[in-house]
Design a protein around this ligand. Structure first.
Ligand code: BAL
Ligand code: ZN
Length: 880
């Protein structure tokens, strides 16, 4: 595979104005006829160059140029392109091809999932359906007719509005859909299956009626209401917050079981991984309910940020993804607890995206090269991209940001544009110069921001000295300073915010404000500060950086109690816990007795005993930094010491805080027992505290806790409580109870694939010794299959990504296992194979012996035969 560069971008030589598709779907093949109404691109210069169409795994049956059948001498065919010579500026191409969705295991293009036909075209799947200019800057209207056996496939769907349908001889039927909005081929979709739907309506802000349909397999029709409610909330929110109205007469979501991603925003016909649609109390956890709400919103929001205005080329992917993640995060914050949402997002970013940004696959939010675009649907493009949008929002403020987004949508509606176009609209609307800010798009790596202070009691001034730097990343040795929005406050000894007046200002500007750090070294001096303050820095995580300030543990405890910024109260607790855990890690490494700093116990006790705190916040504050995060912040991660230290701290906390934990648990379980399940934030909060309390309590091994776990497992009415009870049993030494619960669970839910995924995950993540053997045994379970991406993620992904102490077993068995799975998946589903590689690519984080073992497995993959471009790119870059 060869590297593709952003700098080589050229406008397309030809454009496609109209695309007319006909699909004849059969059990052993599908015929695709495509009529493309094309013309020379006036922006591409003079003359008539050769027309090069993309196409892979297509059997060409017939090709016509303006009704003239072409012979083999009239075109060139390779395994990736069809080249021919147009003779006029405007022309029509007709092609007929045969494809094989029934044997498509890569789940790109047209494929079959649980007996239905469906598609996934982003990024480059459409070229596996027909010959086309498969690039996002070629936008066309589409008319699609599909025909299939009526009995097996009563529902026939495509993008846009339905315009005609009918029956054919031989038990077949057909339907025609027309999408009047020009779109790139990656937004094309088709579905044929035996599906039921829930239907609803939405009246838009200009009083248009839109039909909403969610299609699922008949047995899942009882699990759709939450997604429908989420869709209506999303449509309303996008009108209110962004002024964006839906544009077609119908909006459809289809749930499919085999799907590489979470969901796909095809115009008017979103196709979803069933895990991101189906949710009801008995089968989906609170987290799953929130995920459904967020993904439904995300895909819906793409209708404007992605579809109406799309990307010029795939280097601009974050134009639509970073923006849309930011939009869905704000939506979720408005629907639920804003602070808790921020905490969850930041914890995720710092554990996973920071690791990516420090590893061999590090790339800018707008990458400048790739081999395989599928490898760039990354945490950096999505989550860091969203942080970049959040920073623009912070710098401009909500009104100017909205003015900028209005201008962006108005200026570029119907166009395929770049990240620079987006920034330009923000600049033009706000008058703010974002030239330096744009380095966030072009420079990879997580910036460090070191802060120190000095207080001058005689002059009543307080000075913050800042130093920013950014480590080298592949291809980028030197970095220029970023614009870092630093939101901060200064607290007095009572925890009150002081008025903030910088030198040179004639009066204070609020008590919490955003400073712009733009230089490698910079200082800010505040005046009229009558006592030594304590700074609350990077409030709300106002920039995706690694901040350091020499807080003492006592100062962190003070911030945990007093900071008025909820995020920073949590953050102070996390920093305190990190300091304490790192001390324990050191003790473990030196072979010393482990001793937990009692201040952590005291801090968490006061959190637990504070009835005025939101229960979800209490739960978040009780959660110690994860092993993944502790790995990320280590220079050399000692997996065993990290695990031992964290487990020791959890066990000590459980013993020391038994009383308040037990009281909180019992009170919350009592309410849960007497309240029917509701998927709302107050209920999420109660259950999250109840469940984290149970997981601590179980570490004490007390019989009344075991009894409580069993009671919760058996008597609860929802998956949130049931799965937690199962997880604590699985991680406990109570072998008989554990075996019984696992068996009962599998028996009860054996026919529900999504619930069985959770059953696999809980066991894959169990850190007790023998993890690999358990995972290998589970791969033989009748409910497991390597063909289903959700199953791969639930078992193999959870083992390698969450069960660090077993995956990193010193004998290399975990690495060998993962490499075997990647080699096997490479042949069937390259995208999923490449995704599973993540943990092996981080080999530089570990000790010399593990490094050698991990490298050896990467080299074994490289030597294993013909690799997909997906796997080859990640492996070769990891070894470079
Ligand atoms: N565009 C791929 C799936 C998503 O980000 O919505
Ligand atoms: Zn997206």
């Amino acid at each position: 595979p060869k590297m593709i560069y952003l700098k080589d971008y050229q406008v397309p030589d030809y454009l496609i104005d109209e695309t007319h598709l006909t699909f004849e779907l059969f059990e052993d093949h599908t015929l695709v006829h495509a009529q493309l109404v094309m013309r020379r691109n006036p922006d591409a210069g003079a003359g008539l160059p050769a027309l090069v169409l993309d196409g892979q795994q297509l059997e060409l049956l017939e090709l016509k140029l303006d009704d003239r059948v072409l012979g083999a001498a009239d075109y060139q065919l390779t395994d990736s392109h069809l080249t021919l010579q147009p003779t006029q500026e405007q022309f029509v191409i007709d092609s007929s091809v045969r494809i094989h969705p029934e044997s498509n295991t890569a789940l790109e293009g047209l494929y079959k999932s649980s007996g239905m036909f469906c598609t996934q075209c982003e990024a480059e799947g459409f070229r596996k359906i027909t010959y086309y200019l498969d690039r996002p800057d070629v936008m066309s209207t589409f008319t699609t007719t599909l025909s299939a056996e009526q009995h097996r496939y009563p529902v026939l769907l495509s993008n846009g509005n339905p315009i005609a349908s009918g029956s054919e001889e031989g038990g077949r039927h057909w339907a025609t859909w027309e999408d009047p909005f020009k779109k790139p081929a990656y937004l094309f979709a088709l579905v044929a299956g035996d599906l039921w739907c829930v239907e609803d309506r939405f009246t838009t802000m200009s009083a248009r009626e839109v039909t909403l349909r969610i299609y699922v397999e008949p047995e899942n029709i009882d699990k759709v209401q939450h997604a429908m409610d989420s869709l209506k909330k999303s449509m309303k929110w996008d009108e209110e917050v962004y002024g964006r109205e839906y544009d077609l007469d119908i909006f459809m979501i289809v749930a499919v079981n085999d799907f590489n991603m979470g969901a796909m925003e095809n115009k008017g016909l979103n196709i979803f991984n069933s895990s991101c649609v189906l949710a009801k109390a008995e089968t989906a956890t609170d987290a799953a309910h929130q995920r459904v709400e967020a993904v439904v919103a995300h895909e819906y929001f793409h209708n404007w940020s992605g579809n109406r205005v799309t990307c010029r080329d795939w280097f601009q992917l974050s134009l639509k993804e970073g923006f849309t993640v930011f939009r869905d995060a704000e939506f979720s914050a408005d629907m639920n607890s804003r602070t808790v949402k921020r905490i969850e997002d930041v914890a995720y970013l710092r554990t996973h995206q920071f690791a990516e940004d420090a590893g061999p696959m590090a790339h800018p939010v707008r990458p400048d090269s790739f081999m395989e675009i599928s490898n760039f649907y990354t945490l950096t493009v999505y989550e860091k991209g969203s942080e970049v949008l959040r920073m623009i929002h912070t710098l401009l403020g909500p009104q100017l940001f909205r003015k900028g987004s209005d201008l962006y949508f108005a200026r570029h509606d119907g166009q395929a544009v770049t990240c620079d176009d987006f920034i330009k609209a923000m600049e033009d609307a706000s008058g703010v110069d974002l030239t330096q800010f744009k380095r966030w798009y072009s420079q990879a790596g997580t910036p460090r921001l070191e802060v120190s202070e000095s207080y001058d009691a005689a002059a009543n001034t307080y000075r913050l000295q800042l130093r920013q730097s950014c480590p080298a990343t592949p291809g980028q040795a030197e970095k220029l300073p970023f614009v870092i929005p630093l939101e901060l406050a200064l607290l007095d000894a009572q925890g009150r915010e002081l008025p903030l007046q910088l030198v040179g200002e004639d009066k204070p500007v609020g008590t919490s404000r955003v400073l712009q750090v733009t230089q490698a070294e910079q200082a800010f001096t505040f005046v009229n500060i009558a006592e030594q303050p304590l700074p609350s820095l990077l409030r709300g995580f106002s920039a995706p950086v690694k901040l350091s300030f020499p807080y003492s543990r006592d100062q962190l405890m003070f911030l945990m109690q007093h900071d008025s910024d909820g995020f920073n109260r949590w953050e102070a607790g996390q920093q305190l816990a990190v300091q304490v855990l790192q001390e324990l890690i050191g003790q473990h490494q030196r072979g010393e007795l482990l001793v937990l700093d009692p201040r952590l116990v005291a801090a968490l006790r006061s959190v637990l005993e504070n009835d005025s705190l939101d229960q979800a916040m209490v739960a978040e504050m009780l959660s110690l930094p994860g092993e993944g995060y502790l790995t990320e912040i280590s220079d050399v991660a000692d997996v065993d010491a990290i695990h031992a230290a964290r487990e020791f701290a959890r066990a000590q906390l459980a013993e020391a805080l038994f009383e308040p934990l037990w009281a909180r648990y019992q009170a919350n379980r009592e309410v849960s027992r007497n309240t029917p399940y509701v998927a709302e934030s107050a209920h999420f909060a109660r259950r999250s505290l109840q469940n984290i309390a149970l997981s601590y309590l179980m570490l004490t091994g007390k019989p009344q806790v075991l009894a409580a776990a069993l009671e919760q497992y058996e008597a609860c009415d929802n998956m949130t409580e049931r799965l937690t009870a199962l997880a604590v049993l699985v991680n406990s030494p109570f072998e008989a109870e554990k075996a019984e619960a696992l068996k009962a669970f599998a028996e009860h839910f054996k026919d529900n694939a999504l619930v069985m995924d959770q059953w696999f995950s809980v066991q894959a993540a169990c850190t007790l010794p023998g993890g690999l053997a358990r995972v290998q045994a589970l791969m033989q379970h009748p409910a497991f299959t390597m063909k289903n991406p959700n199953k791969v993620r639930a078992l193999i992904g959870a083992f390698a990504g969450q069960n660090l102490v077993n995956f990193h077993a010193a004998d290399g068995s975990g690495y060998r296992f993962l490499a075997d799975q990647v080699i096997s998946l490479n042949a069937t589903n390259p995208q999923i194979a490449s995704r599973q590689l993540g943990p092996l690519t981080r080999w530089r984080k570990y000790d010399a012996s593990r490094q050698a073992l991990m490298r050896a497995e990467l080299e074994r993959i490289l030597a294993s035969g013909e690799l997909s471009s997906d796997v080859f790119e990640v492996v070769s870059k990891s070894l470079a």
